[in-house]
Design a protein around this ligand. Sequence first.
Ligand code: BGP
Length: 472
Amino acid sequence: MSYKKLDEFPKDFFWGASTSAYQVEGAWNEDGKGPSVIDMAPVVEGTTDFKVTSDHYHHYKEDVKLFADLGLKAYRFSIAWTRIFPKGNGEINMKGIEFYHNLINEIIAHGIVPIVTMYHFDLPYALAEKGGWSNRATADAFVNYSKTLFEHYGDRVKYWLTINEQNMMILHGDAIGTAASGDTENPLQDLYQQNHHMLLAQAKTMVLCHEMLPTAKIGPAPNISAVYPASSKPEDVLAASNCSALRNWLYLDMAVYGRYNNIAWSYLKERNALPNIAEGDMAIMAKANPDFIAFNYYNTATVAEAGESDFKNSTGDQQITIGEKGMFKGTSNPNLVVNEFGWEIDPVGFRNTFREIYQRYALPLIVTENGLGAFDKVEADGAINDDYRINYLAQHIEQIQLAISDGVDVFGYCPWSAIDLVSTHQGCSKRYGFIHVNREEFDLKELKRSKKKSFYWYQALINEHSGIAVAS
Ligand code: BGP
C-alpha cells in the first residue's frame, strides 16, 4: 500500500542506538567481574577476544557524552550478569552495582532514556558449569538477578528487556558462542528444555517487574524476521510457516499469550524432544504479560520445502537460515542484494516484519537492533565516509515510517551499534558504529573515538524529527 502522505514519527519517539556489555565494555575480569560463557569460549581464529573490546568500562563518560552529542533520546545497553553476581548467584559484587549506577546516572544526566537488557548472551560461566540453562536452577538465578537489578536501578530505569535473542541462542548457539554441551543422548530435547527454562525465567521476571515496579515497562527481545516462501508452491508456503513457527512465534506466542506455538510443539513432539514442564509453569507463563515487544531485525529468511536430509550450519553465522529436516530449507532470495558478509538486505522486509508482529500481538514495538556491518576505511584526514551505512539505515527508517502509516504502533528505533564494538564471532574489523574506535584485531592502539559520516547524518535526522533547528 502506498500513501499520499506518510504519518509522522511520534514526537516522543525513542531515536536511539544499541550496544551489549560483553561486546563493548572490556574490563573482562576487573573489579570483581566473574567469567561468562563468552569469556571462556574459544576465540575465532584471526579475530580478537572480548577482553578489552572498546573499553567502554573505562571510557563510559566520554562515550555517553558522544551519545548525547549524537542526539540519542534512548540508549539500549546490557548489564553484565557476571559484574553483579560473579558466580551467577550468591554474593553481590558491589563494584559491579556501582559501575551501572554511575553509567545509568550519566545517561540520565545527559537527557537520554536508559533501556536495559538484563541478559545478552553472557551467561555466568559458574552457572554453565552446573548445567547452564539445562538446569532449572539457572532460571531461579536469573529471577534473583533481575530482582537485584530492579532493587538497585528500578527507581531510574523504566524500560527493561529480558533476554536478547533467545531464539538465536537456541537456533545458532554454536555461532554465537552460547551453546551448552548438554545432554548428548537427546540433544534436541535438552536444547528445548533450556528454551523452556529461559521462557520460564522471562515470565517470572515480567511478573516480578510489574509487582516491584508498577510504572516500569518490560518486554522480550528476540530477533524476528518475516519468512518468505521460495515460490508460490504450496509446499514452500508450508515450509515458510514451519520456519516462522520455529524461528519467531515459538518465542513470542509464549511471551505474549503464555502458550506453546502449536507447530513448534508438534515439531518437538514428533522428534521426542518435548520439554518437561513442571507443575505451575504454564500458570506463570499465562500470568506474565509484556508491555511491549522489542525485536532485532537484520534481514529476512526465504525457505523452500525440505526433504528428510539433515542440514548443517556450514556458514557458522547466526543470521543465515540453514534448514531443519522435514520442515524447511533456507534458500537465497534472488530479489535481494547481500552485504559484505553475505547477509541479505531487505528494507521492505522490515515493514513486512512490523506488520506481521503487530497483527499477531497488537503490542507497542521497539526495534532494539538493526544495522550494517562493514569494513570501514579511515581516510588520510581521519574521515570515515560510511555512505553504505547511511543508505542502509535511511532505507530502513523509511520503512518504519511506512509501518507507522500502516497503523503499527512503533515507539523506538535503536540501531546497532552506538559505537564500534566486537562482533559476535567476526571480530572488531566488522564495524557497525556511528562512532569509530581506532583499534584493530590484535593492536589496541589508543582506542580513540571519532565521529563517522553516519554520526552527523543520524544527528541531523534526529534533530529534524525532534523539531530542533540545525545550524548549517
Ligand atoms: C545480533 C546480536 C548482537 C550483534 C548483532 C550483529 O545477533 O544480538 O549482539 O552482534 O547480531 O551480529 P554480528 O556481530 O555477528 O555481526
